[in-house]
Design a protein around this ligand. Structure first.
Ligand code: SF4
Length: 363
């Protein structure tokens, strides 16, 4: 990665990285708690720690349950593994067709250009792989993945994931985009990234230019809390939209972070109103090892979804999804508004709790 110059006295994005948390040793200095480093040493063996300075600055230090800190600050509860939790909760390995490539669905593949991130989210579903295989980008590492993509004519979409693809340099991203553009059956380049959330000044016009080309570009961001929607994030998203990129967002439903009606509603509305990003998925927390303290029940998730649908614009309502353990793919969790069905008669409950009978006309 290479940095920009200072902008209006703010840290450049590379300074933001340098002055943030990069190892457990940085924790006491940045969170003002001398015990933090010692406590976190064993935890960061399980999953490393990283966060840019401007993201850390969003933390309210007087709140012991701060929803921003909870997402990047190591927690003793990460040492507690539940019996049903898994090292590879969504079965990436089952569908791995080449190093750094997962082909689970018919017309799209996941490509991992890097296993490094701008922040290490404590709840990450891929955290064990990211911890074990923490290498960054190299052309050699993805060479056979590119050959595989070229050999599968049914593919239309490549999803750059990881790791965070926007930890690559502009030059590396441009090279990768050009390599993918050479594969004539591809139509869509999707990027899964948390950079617009935690390091929004990294979203420069050079980064946008690096990705613009023949392929339609869809950027799926990862905002989890309304306080993450900062002025810098708004500028970053405006730049992405002006670049012609489609903007979506996926949120993980996290206990103590966003699992209440007001937080979730505000987040979904501000994603649209402030960032111009369509809320795409609300993920039920995966069965990743050591993240039980973040997981809600599905019943609580569907209750929260009921508080959204109909009450706020449909543009602002995501789909609530469960990624089935073992790699069987995603299923929508509802809630269902069908109460009964017999022959041509259907009974529905509306968003505001009324019942409605619908009779289908003969076809
Ligand atoms: S940025 Fe994404 S891949 Fe990286 S730790 Fe966070 S959730 Fe996991």
């Amino acid at each position: 990665m290479s940095g920009n110059h200072n902008d209006n006295g703010k840290l450049s994005w590379s300074q933001d990285v340098q002055q943030g948390i990069r190892t457990a040793r940085d924790l006491p200095r940045l969170v003002g708690n001398p015990q933090a480093g010692a406590d976190s040493k064993k935890l960061t063996k399980i999953f490393k720690v990283r966060a840019p300075k401007s993201y850390i600055d969003l933390v309210n230090p007087s709140d012991p349950h701060d929803p921003i800190a909870a997402q990047f600050f190591p927690d003793e509860r990460e040492l507690r593994f539940l019996s049903g939790e898994l090292p590879d909760p969504i079965g990436d390995k089952r569908w791995e067709k080449a190093p750094r490539l997962v082909h689970r669905y018919p017309d799209r593949v996941l490509l991992f250009p890097t296993f490094q991130c701008a922040v290490y989210c404590r709840y990450c579903f891929r955290k064990e792989r990211i911890n074990d295989e923490g290498e960054g980008f190299s052309k050699a590492a993805i060479a056979s993945a590119l050959s595989y993509i070229a050999s599968q004519p049914e593919l239309r979409e490549v999803i750059l994931s990881g790791g965070d693809p926007w930890t690559l340099s502009d030059r590396q991203l441009k090279q990768l985009r050009i390599e993918l553009e050479k594969i004539s059956h591809l139509r869509l380049l999707r990027v899964h990234t948390r950079v617009p959330v935690v390091l929004p000044r990294r979203v420069t016009s050079d980064l946008v230019d690096a990705l613009r080309g023949r392929l339609m570009v869809c950027v799926v961001m990862h905002f989890n809390h309304p306080r993450e929607i900062t002025n810098d994030a708004i500028v970053a998203c405006q730049r992405l939209r002006e670049g012609g990129f489609m903007l979506l967002n996926q949120t993980v439903l996290l206990r103590g972070v966003n699992d209440d009606e007001t937080t979730l509603k505000t987040l979904m509305q501000e994603l649209v109103y402030s960032l111009g990003a369509k809320p795409y998925y609300l993920h039920h927390c995966d069965k990743t090892r050591g993240i039980g303290h973040f997981r809600t029940t599905i019943e609580h998730g569907t209750t929260l979804m009921r508080s959204l649908r109909g009450h706020i614009s449909g543009v602002c309502v995501p789909n609530y999804m469960l990624d089935l353990p073992g790699g069987d793919g995603k299923v929508p969790l509802g809630p269902s508004y069908v109460e009964r069905h017999s022959g041509q008669e259907w009974g529905f409950r509306t968003y505001d709790g009324k019942t409605h009978t619908y009779v289908e006309e003969p076809t």
